[in-house]
Design a protein around this ligand. Structure first.
Ligand code: MN
Length: 500
């Protein structure tokens, strides 16, 4: 997935009422604005001006082209003059990609002493954008409305956030997820309706027997393993018993072969996300811990124990955060630490945490894992650095998917000399009691996709594009209001389904 292969199209709304001079001016102003936005250095995707639309025919044609062009990840609309919104109906009806309505104005301030009716014929976004907004609301089309002067960095930041989500949405429409094994037996929250997920969210989930992966690992040459071990030695520390020549080094070599084989397998299948299961190891010497950590750092989505929804979300959030500092990971609510105002949740997993979130150089260790068939596994051990982040999850509520996002503060953990796993320690916002309580009331999973790079706004934009329920847990959350939100949503989604 390359941001440089994607574009955001820009349509300026107008009408022919004001004469040819006005149309020429609208075009010139639009070009200047898009040039300025692209030159701001703030926007991750290039904006391409697709002209001024003055009629229903032009609008419909522009949106049809946007639908059919693989490069187009979304459309921004802006009404420079008044654009009677009936002309947008047919185009909007057909349009299937993300939409951003930019409520801005070519002129920053009113030219008090100069302003005349010619100026007014041209600079009409104050009412033109309201007319356009009406028809989008009337048609119940999802969209992001960004209000602000186009040169203002805060306005550009909001567009940039949405663009990242557009890139991730585009990626998800062609995303293939490979599951090695089914969901962990009897687990409810990580399961769900894969057909509905493909209809609503775009991605496709396939099964692959682990036996089809084993030959890929067996085919890895000693030379390839040597080279990868050299890379490990360059970027990680090694526990004494894992170094070259030491007793457990063969397990590290085996993990390196798993990494190379797994990457090749996923490339062959054109898959960008995968799940594993500690009950599904037929023909392998260890659960793919180190390989999962390394591939997550490259942008592969990962979910443990068959958790395909989290694997998809980890991939999607990686694409959203592509190139931003911070990093992200699959995580699991591991164990609780009650300490009054400092109560926190240790986030970890047996093996599979993305080393991108490490505070210090990760260390390769090999230990026996007494669960399922996992056996003796190599893994990177580290602790995540302090900082603010978000944890998100998607659950299947039976009649809809629900996104839950929690703002969290990662804090410094104590050393864990006898628990050789990668981990993060966080306090959910607004505090442990409300944060954890709201998450449980929402039915959120024990697995999440965590990111230092993204904000709640990215998840809001995603849920809007997907037409998905969103529950936000942050500093403003109270359990009383949160429960009422859940009840209201229940009614809203039931009615919405009944009426659609
Ligand atoms: Mn788990």
């Amino acid at each position: 997935m390359e941001y440089k292969d994607l574009e955001i199209w820009f349509l300026t709304g107008a009408q022919l009422l004001y004469g040819g001079d006005a149309v020429v001016a609208v075009d010139a102003h639009s070009n200047e604005m898009i040039k300025g936005l692209n030159a701001s250095g703030k926007l991750p995707l290039k904006i391409v001006y697709k002209g001024t639309v003055n009629s229903s025919v032009e609008v419909t044609k522009a949106f049809a082209e946007a639908n059919n062009d693989d490069k187009c990840a979304g459309v921004i609309t802006w009404m420079h003059t008044f654009s009677p919104a009936k002309m947008w109906i047919h185009g909007l009806k057909e349009y299937k990609k993300p939409l951003l309505h930019l409520h801005t104005q070519y002129n920053e301030q009113i030219p008090w002493s100069e302003i005349d009716m010619d100026f007014m014929n041209l600079n009409q976004s104050a009412h033109g954008d309201r007319e356009f907004g009406h028809i989008v609301s009337r048609m119940r089309k999802p969209r992001k409305v960004v209000v602000g002067y186009w040169k203002d960095p805060a306005t550009q930041d909001k567009i940039a956030t949405w663009m990242r989500v557009c890139a991730a949405w585009t990626d998800a429409q062609a995303l293939r997820i490979i599951r090695f094994g089914d969901n962990m037996n009897n687990v409810a929250v990580t399961d769900g309706d894969k057909v509905e997920a493909e209809i609503r969210l775009g991605y496709h989930v396939d099964n692959a027997p682990i036996a089809t992966l084993v030959p890929y690992m067996d085919a890895v040459t000693e030379k390839e393993i040597d080279d990868l071990i050299t890379e490990y030695e360059r970027i990680y520390d090694f526990a004494a018993d894992c170094k070259k020549g030491a007793k457990k080094h063969p397990y590290v070599r085996d993990a390196a072969a798993q990494e190379i084989g797994l990457r090749r397998f996923l490339e062959d299948k054109k898959a960008k996300a995968f799940t594993t299961s500690f009950d599904e190891l037929e023909g392998m010497k260890q659960l793919m811990g180190l390989a999962s950590q390394r591939l997550m750092a490259e942008g592969y989505g990962f979910g443990a124990e068959g958790d395909w929804k989290t694997a998809a979300l980890v991939r999607t959030m990686w694409v959203m955060g592509h190139g931003l500092p911070g990093g992200q990971s699959f995580l699991e609510d591991y164990t609780l630490n009650f300490a009054s105002d400092n109560s926190s949740i240790l986030q970890a997993h047996m093996l599979e945490i993305n080393p991108e979130i490490a505070a210090d150089k990760p260390r390769i260790e090999v230990h026996f894992l007494g669960i399922g068939d996992a056996k003796t596994c190599a893994r990177l051990v580290f602790q995540a650095h302090p900082g603010e982040g978000i944890a998100a999850t998607i659950v299947d509520m039976g009649n809809r998917f629900r996104m839950i996002v929690n703002q969290v503060d990662v804090i410094e953990p104590q050393p864990l000399p006898k628990l050789p796993v990668a981990c993060a320690l966080w306090k959910p916002q607004p505090d442990f009691e409300v944060g954890a309580g709201a998450w449980i009331l929402a039915g959120g999973t024990h697995h999440s996709s965590f990111s230092y790079s993204l904000t709640v706004e990215h998840i809001e934009d995603y849920a809007e594009i997907a037409g998905m329920e969103l529950l936000i847990i942050d500093k403003d959350t109270t359990v009383r209001n949160f429960k009422q939100d859940i009840r209201n949503n229940e009614m809203y989604y039931l009615l919405n389904k009944a009426l659609s």
